[in-house]
Design a protein around this ligand. Structure first.
Ligand code: ZN
Length: 302
């Protein structure tokens, strides 16, 4: 068995994961985001009843494999912290850490909808967007610990480089992204981004769920928003598939609860990839909130 913690900006979701993926002793505690000592102590306390059992962590951040430094935008106390070493010493056990979207992809490949596939690209359409690439049952690990980040690097270009209406009314604005750049897909594809896109497209200030519901009802304004959304997101995913060869793309996150969105996105993606297929590639993920914990349990030491 493995102790697993899925750490986000609000909660630490903790469980003992048994062989076969059964979760026991699951508990959630608030994430201490401002104080590193309190943060480490919270993990040590959760592990106390199981001395010596390894702790595997899925985190909304990334660990640099060369330096061991973790960067997690929503957990400021981890800034420049070698988290794995700190927890290993205090909790006296093996500790492994991976990005939560990577863990999501790994879990869906091992226990979820992508079981039996050796090339899986898991995508999160949540508040923001993320992803993970799993090849032959293992997370593909890139430079600085980064892979699967299909949402970051600019896809929206500044007006002089685009053919557009004289008033630029057909051009998606260059929104600032949390990663420091402008025009990333993340500025269009996440739930908050969809709400902003809807406003830009002339819609009302409503939440992403209402936008999708209006789109499903065939309302004109939401259709305009979604046509922009789908064209950008599907183009990026077509690149992802052409490059990775991903055979199946489990979709998680809040927007991933919309079956209609996944179906529309899947069709748009399959229209753009080099190898046409009639079989859906984007499918709804099946593990829900357990994915981070289950993926963490599957991490292996390198
Ligand atoms: Zn970005």
């Amino acid at each position: 068995m493995i102790l697993c913690a899925d750490i986000g900006g609000s909660f630490i979701d903790f469980a003992v994961v048994k062989p076969g993926g059964k979760l026991e002793h699951r508990v959630a505690v608030p994430t201490p985001v401002d104080d590193l000592e309190t943060f480490v102590a919270a993990l040590v306390t959760l592990c106390l009843p199981w001395p010596g059992i390894p702790l595997h962590i899925a985190i909304a951040g990334v660990e640099n494999p060369e330096t061991g430094i973790v960067h997690a935008a929503n957990i400021p106390c981890l800034r420049q912290a070698p988290l794995r070493e700190l927890v290993k010493k205090k909790a006296n056990r093996t500790v492994l850490i991976a990005n939560d979207a990577d863990c999501f992809a790994l879990a869906e490949a091992r226990f979820g909808v992508a079981q039996g596939h050796n090339n899986v690209f898991g995508i999160i359409l949540g508040t923001g967007i993320g992803g993970g690439h799993v090849l032959n049952g293992e997370i593909v690990n890139g430079l600085g610990g980064i892979t699967g980040e299909w949402g970051h690097s600019p896809v929206v270009l500044a007006p002089p480089f685009m053919k557009c209406e004289p008033d630029h009314s057909d051009v998606v604005p260059l929104f600032k992204c949390g990663c420091g750049q402008s025009g990333c897909l993340d500025t269009i594809a996440g739930a908050r981004a969809l709400e902003r896109l809807h406003l830009w497209a002339g819609g009302e200030s409503i939440d992403s769920r209402s936008i999708l519901a209006a789109w499903e009802r065939g309302e004109k304004q939401a259709e305009r928003t979604l046509s922009v959304y789908l064209s950008y997101v599907s183009a990026s995913l077509a690149h992802v598939i052409n490059i990775t060869g991903g055979r199946i793309l489990p979709v998680g996150g809040g927007l991933g609860n919309s079956r209609s969105l996944i179906i529309a996105l899947d069709r748009a993606v399959r229209d753009k990839i080099l190898y046409p297929t009639t079989k859906p590639l984007l499918v709804q993920a099946t593990l829900g909130t357990e994915a981070g914990l289950l993926g963490a349990a599957c991490l292996i030491s390198k």
